[in-house]
Design a protein around this ligand. Structure first.
Ligand SMILES: Nc1nc2c(c(=O)[nH]1)N[C@H]1C(S)=C(S)[C@@H](COP(=O)(O)O)O[C@H]1N2
Ligand SMILES: [Mo]
Length: 247
Protein backbone atom coordinates (compact mmCIF):
# COMPACT_ATOMS: atom_id res chain seq x y z
CA UNK A 1 0.00 0.00 0.00
CA UNK A 2 1.18 3.48 -0.71
CA UNK A 3 0.87 6.26 1.82
CA UNK A 4 0.83 9.10 -0.68
CA UNK A 5 -2.49 10.75 -1.52
CA UNK A 6 -4.26 9.06 -4.37
CA UNK A 7 -5.99 10.56 -7.33
CA UNK A 8 -9.14 8.52 -7.40
CA UNK A 9 -12.33 10.56 -7.65
CA UNK A 10 -14.45 7.42 -7.32
CA UNK A 11 -13.28 6.89 -3.78
CA UNK A 12 -14.00 10.36 -2.57
CA UNK A 13 -16.82 11.20 -0.12
CA UNK A 14 -19.93 12.25 -1.97
CA UNK A 15 -18.71 11.57 -5.52
CA UNK A 16 -19.98 8.99 -7.96
CA UNK A 17 -17.91 6.91 -10.32
CA UNK A 18 -16.80 8.91 -13.35
CA UNK A 19 -19.21 8.40 -16.20
CA UNK A 20 -16.59 7.15 -18.62
CA UNK A 21 -15.61 4.35 -16.30
CA UNK A 22 -19.20 3.34 -15.78
CA UNK A 23 -19.60 3.18 -19.52
CA UNK A 24 -16.59 0.95 -20.01
CA UNK A 25 -17.43 -1.29 -17.09
CA UNK A 26 -20.92 -1.61 -18.47
CA UNK A 27 -19.55 -2.53 -21.87
CA UNK A 28 -17.37 -5.17 -20.34
CA UNK A 29 -20.39 -6.66 -18.65
CA UNK A 30 -19.09 -5.94 -15.17
CA UNK A 31 -22.09 -3.86 -14.23
CA UNK A 32 -22.17 -0.60 -12.37
CA UNK A 33 -23.28 -1.48 -8.86
CA UNK A 34 -19.91 -2.66 -7.62
CA UNK A 35 -17.81 0.18 -8.98
CA UNK A 36 -17.62 2.42 -5.93
CA UNK A 37 -16.83 -0.55 -3.71
CA UNK A 38 -14.19 -1.98 -6.00
CA UNK A 39 -11.29 0.42 -6.45
CA UNK A 40 -8.93 -2.48 -7.01
CA UNK A 41 -11.00 -3.68 -9.93
CA UNK A 42 -11.05 -0.10 -11.15
CA UNK A 43 -7.27 0.10 -11.16
CA UNK A 44 -6.97 -3.27 -12.80
CA UNK A 45 -9.23 -2.09 -15.54
CA UNK A 46 -7.21 1.07 -15.97
CA UNK A 47 -4.01 -0.80 -16.52
CA UNK A 48 -5.86 -3.11 -18.87
CA UNK A 49 -7.01 -0.12 -20.88
CA UNK A 50 -3.55 1.44 -20.79
CA UNK A 51 -2.45 4.61 -19.09
CA UNK A 52 -2.55 6.70 -22.26
CA UNK A 53 -4.27 6.44 -25.60
CA UNK A 54 -1.12 5.54 -27.47
CA UNK A 55 -0.70 2.56 -25.19
CA UNK A 56 -4.26 1.35 -25.32
CA UNK A 57 -4.09 -2.02 -27.01
CA UNK A 58 -7.86 -2.42 -27.10
CA UNK A 59 -9.03 0.88 -28.54
CA UNK A 60 -11.62 0.91 -25.76
CA UNK A 61 -10.50 4.27 -24.38
CA UNK A 62 -11.54 5.80 -27.68
CA UNK A 63 -15.09 4.98 -26.67
CA UNK A 64 -14.89 7.07 -23.53
CA UNK A 65 -16.90 10.28 -23.82
CA UNK A 66 -13.77 12.39 -24.17
CA UNK A 67 -11.74 10.08 -26.40
CA UNK A 68 -8.40 11.21 -27.68
CA UNK A 69 -6.43 10.06 -24.64
CA UNK A 70 -8.31 12.19 -22.13
CA UNK A 71 -9.83 10.71 -19.03
CA UNK A 72 -13.09 12.15 -17.88
CA UNK A 73 -12.89 13.48 -14.35
CA UNK A 74 -15.63 14.88 -12.20
CA UNK A 75 -15.85 14.84 -8.45
CA UNK A 76 -19.55 15.61 -8.76
CA UNK A 77 -21.95 12.79 -9.63
CA UNK A 78 -23.81 14.98 -12.11
CA UNK A 79 -23.13 18.42 -13.50
CA UNK A 80 -25.78 20.78 -14.90
CA UNK A 81 -25.38 21.75 -18.54
CA UNK A 82 -24.87 25.43 -19.35
CA UNK A 83 -25.46 26.78 -22.83
CA UNK A 84 -24.26 29.93 -24.55
CA UNK A 85 -27.36 31.68 -23.22
CA UNK A 86 -27.32 30.42 -19.62
CA UNK A 87 -23.57 30.46 -18.90
CA UNK A 88 -22.18 33.22 -16.66
CA UNK A 89 -18.70 33.89 -15.27
CA UNK A 90 -18.53 36.15 -12.24
CA UNK A 91 -15.40 38.01 -11.09
CA UNK A 92 -15.60 39.43 -7.59
CA UNK A 93 -13.84 39.73 -4.25
CA UNK A 94 -11.00 42.24 -3.90
CA UNK A 95 -11.65 44.09 -7.15
CA UNK A 96 -12.82 47.62 -7.93
CA UNK A 97 -15.29 46.50 -10.61
CA UNK A 98 -17.01 43.16 -9.96
CA UNK A 99 -18.08 41.86 -13.37
CA UNK A 100 -20.28 39.11 -14.76
CA UNK A 101 -19.48 37.90 -18.28
CA UNK A 102 -21.72 36.08 -20.70
CA UNK A 103 -20.16 33.57 -23.08
CA UNK A 104 -20.62 36.01 -25.96
CA UNK A 105 -18.73 38.66 -24.00
CA UNK A 106 -15.87 36.25 -23.36
CA UNK A 107 -15.78 35.26 -27.02
CA UNK A 108 -15.63 38.94 -27.99
CA UNK A 109 -12.35 39.41 -26.08
CA UNK A 110 -8.99 38.86 -27.78
CA UNK A 111 -8.31 35.10 -27.84
CA UNK A 112 -4.99 33.44 -27.07
CA UNK A 113 -4.03 30.01 -28.42
CA UNK A 114 -1.55 27.73 -26.64
CA UNK A 115 -0.39 24.26 -27.66
CA UNK A 116 1.13 22.28 -24.78
CA UNK A 117 1.09 18.75 -23.39
CA UNK A 118 -1.73 18.03 -20.96
CA UNK A 119 -0.40 16.17 -17.94
CA UNK A 120 -2.57 14.56 -15.28
CA UNK A 121 -0.80 13.88 -12.04
CA UNK A 122 -1.71 10.18 -12.23
CA UNK A 123 0.48 9.71 -15.30
CA UNK A 124 -1.62 10.10 -18.41
CA UNK A 125 -0.53 12.71 -20.86
CA UNK A 126 -2.03 14.12 -24.03
CA UNK A 127 0.67 15.68 -26.19
CA UNK A 128 0.36 18.99 -28.06
CA UNK A 129 -3.19 19.90 -27.15
CA UNK A 130 -4.43 23.28 -28.40
CA UNK A 131 -6.39 25.44 -25.96
CA UNK A 132 -7.90 28.82 -26.81
CA UNK A 133 -9.47 31.48 -24.69
CA UNK A 134 -9.08 34.72 -22.81
CA UNK A 135 -5.96 35.36 -20.78
CA UNK A 136 -6.89 35.47 -17.12
CA UNK A 137 -4.63 38.52 -16.63
CA UNK A 138 -6.84 40.43 -19.03
CA UNK A 139 -9.98 39.72 -17.02
CA UNK A 140 -8.17 40.58 -13.79
CA UNK A 141 -7.00 43.91 -15.20
CA UNK A 142 -10.50 44.72 -16.43
CA UNK A 143 -11.89 44.05 -12.95
CA UNK A 144 -9.25 46.21 -11.27
CA UNK A 145 -7.44 44.08 -8.69
CA UNK A 146 -7.12 45.86 -5.36
CA UNK A 147 -3.72 46.23 -3.64
CA UNK A 148 -4.60 43.80 -0.82
CA UNK A 149 -5.31 40.90 -3.17
CA UNK A 150 -2.75 38.11 -3.12
CA UNK A 151 -4.58 35.11 -4.54
CA UNK A 152 -7.40 33.95 -6.80
CA UNK A 153 -10.01 31.34 -5.98
CA UNK A 154 -11.93 29.55 -8.72
CA UNK A 155 -15.36 28.01 -8.26
CA UNK A 156 -17.35 25.74 -10.55
CA UNK A 157 -20.99 25.24 -11.40
CA UNK A 158 -20.71 21.55 -10.55
CA UNK A 159 -21.09 22.87 -7.02
CA UNK A 160 -18.13 20.86 -5.72
CA UNK A 161 -14.77 21.61 -7.28
CA UNK A 162 -12.54 24.54 -6.46
CA UNK A 163 -9.03 25.67 -7.30
CA UNK A 164 -6.67 28.48 -6.44
CA UNK A 165 -3.60 30.29 -7.68
CA UNK A 166 -1.41 33.01 -6.27
CA UNK A 167 -2.03 36.33 -7.98
CA UNK A 168 1.42 36.10 -9.54
CA UNK A 169 0.63 32.68 -11.03
CA UNK A 170 -2.78 33.86 -12.20
CA UNK A 171 -1.19 36.73 -14.14
CA UNK A 172 1.04 34.44 -16.21
CA UNK A 173 0.58 34.58 -19.97
CA UNK A 174 -0.03 30.81 -20.09
CA UNK A 175 -3.06 30.87 -17.79
CA UNK A 176 -6.44 31.43 -19.42
CA UNK A 177 -10.16 30.99 -19.29
CA UNK A 178 -10.40 28.43 -22.08
CA UNK A 179 -13.38 28.38 -24.43
CA UNK A 180 -11.94 25.96 -26.97
CA UNK A 181 -9.86 22.80 -26.86
CA UNK A 182 -8.48 20.77 -29.77
CA UNK A 183 -9.85 23.48 -32.08
CA UNK A 184 -13.46 22.89 -31.04
CA UNK A 185 -15.73 24.68 -28.61
CA UNK A 186 -15.22 23.13 -25.21
CA UNK A 187 -17.78 20.35 -24.77
CA UNK A 188 -19.62 19.69 -21.53
CA UNK A 189 -17.48 16.73 -20.45
CA UNK A 190 -14.30 18.77 -20.78
CA UNK A 191 -15.74 21.55 -18.62
CA UNK A 192 -17.56 23.66 -21.20
CA UNK A 193 -18.62 26.24 -21.97
CA UNK A 194 -15.54 27.53 -20.11
CA UNK A 195 -12.82 26.07 -17.94
CA UNK A 196 -9.67 27.35 -16.37
CA UNK A 197 -6.49 26.32 -18.21
CA UNK A 198 -3.22 26.49 -16.30
CA UNK A 199 -0.73 25.27 -18.91
CA UNK A 200 2.40 24.91 -16.74
CA UNK A 201 0.70 22.90 -13.98
CA UNK A 202 -0.84 19.47 -13.56
CA UNK A 203 -4.28 19.29 -15.09
CA UNK A 204 -6.12 19.24 -11.76
CA UNK A 205 -5.44 22.98 -11.59
CA UNK A 206 -7.51 23.45 -14.75
CA UNK A 207 -10.93 23.66 -13.11
CA UNK A 208 -13.78 22.62 -15.40
CA UNK A 209 -17.22 24.31 -15.55
CA UNK A 210 -15.74 27.57 -14.31
CA UNK A 211 -18.30 29.94 -12.81
CA UNK A 212 -16.47 32.16 -10.35
CA UNK A 213 -13.17 34.00 -10.02
CA UNK A 214 -12.70 35.61 -6.62
CA UNK A 215 -9.76 37.77 -5.58
CA UNK A 216 -8.74 36.99 -2.01
CA UNK A 217 -6.02 37.96 0.44
CA UNK A 218 -4.54 34.47 0.68
CA UNK A 219 -4.48 31.16 -1.18
CA UNK A 220 -7.24 28.79 -0.16
CA UNK A 221 -6.38 25.20 -1.09
CA UNK A 222 -8.63 23.70 -3.76
CA UNK A 223 -10.60 20.46 -3.79
CA UNK A 224 -7.70 18.05 -4.35
CA UNK A 225 -5.28 20.23 -2.42
CA UNK A 226 -7.36 19.82 0.73
CA UNK A 227 -6.88 16.11 0.10
CA UNK A 228 -3.10 16.25 -0.10
CA UNK A 229 -2.14 17.62 -3.51
CA UNK A 230 0.36 20.42 -3.95
CA UNK A 231 -1.05 23.92 -4.32
CA UNK A 232 1.94 24.84 -6.49
CA UNK A 233 1.49 22.09 -9.05
CA UNK A 234 4.26 22.80 -11.57
CA UNK A 235 4.59 19.85 -13.92
CA UNK A 236 7.63 17.77 -13.07
CA UNK A 237 8.36 19.78 -9.97
CA UNK A 238 5.68 18.80 -7.49
CA UNK A 239 3.57 15.97 -6.08
CA UNK A 240 6.39 13.49 -6.62
CA UNK A 241 4.18 11.07 -8.42
CA UNK A 242 4.32 11.99 -12.07
CA UNK A 243 4.55 8.39 -13.15
CA UNK A 244 2.24 5.54 -13.97
CA UNK A 245 3.13 3.33 -11.04
CA UNK A 246 1.03 5.50 -8.75
CA UNK A 247 -1.96 5.99 -11.06
N1 LIG B 1 -14.87 20.96 -11.93
C1 LIG B 1 -13.89 20.01 -12.02
N2 LIG B 1 -12.75 20.35 -12.65
C2 LIG B 1 -11.74 19.43 -12.76
C3 LIG B 1 -11.88 18.14 -12.18
C4 LIG B 1 -13.10 17.81 -11.53
O1 LIG B 1 -13.30 16.70 -11.02
N3 LIG B 1 -14.09 18.78 -11.48
N4 LIG B 1 -10.84 17.23 -12.29
C5 LIG B 1 -9.50 17.78 -12.59
C6 LIG B 1 -8.58 16.72 -12.99
S1 LIG B 1 -7.90 15.79 -11.76
C7 LIG B 1 -8.21 16.54 -14.28
S2 LIG B 1 -7.02 15.42 -14.74
C8 LIG B 1 -8.87 17.31 -15.37
C9 LIG B 1 -9.54 16.35 -16.34
O2 LIG B 1 -10.06 17.07 -17.42
P1 LIG B 1 -10.88 16.30 -18.55
O3 LIG B 1 -12.08 15.66 -17.89
O4 LIG B 1 -11.22 17.36 -19.55
O5 LIG B 1 -9.95 15.26 -19.12
O6 LIG B 1 -9.85 18.21 -14.90
C10 LIG B 1 -9.55 18.84 -13.67
N5 LIG B 1 -10.60 19.80 -13.41
MO1 LIG C 1 -6.11 14.70 -12.83
Amino acid sequence: MTTSPQHRPEEDDGGGAPVGRRLVLGMLGLGVAGVAAAPQLQRGLESFLGAASDKDPTGLTDLLPNGGGFRYYSVAASVPHKSASTYRLKIDGLVDRPTTYTLAELRAQPQTRLVRDVQCVTGWRVPSTPFEGVRLSRLLDAAGVRPGARAVRFTCFDGAYSESLTLRQARRADVMVALRMQDKDLGHSHGGPARLYVAPMYFYKSAKWLSGITLTDEVEPGYWEKRGYDVDAWVGDSNGRDDESTA
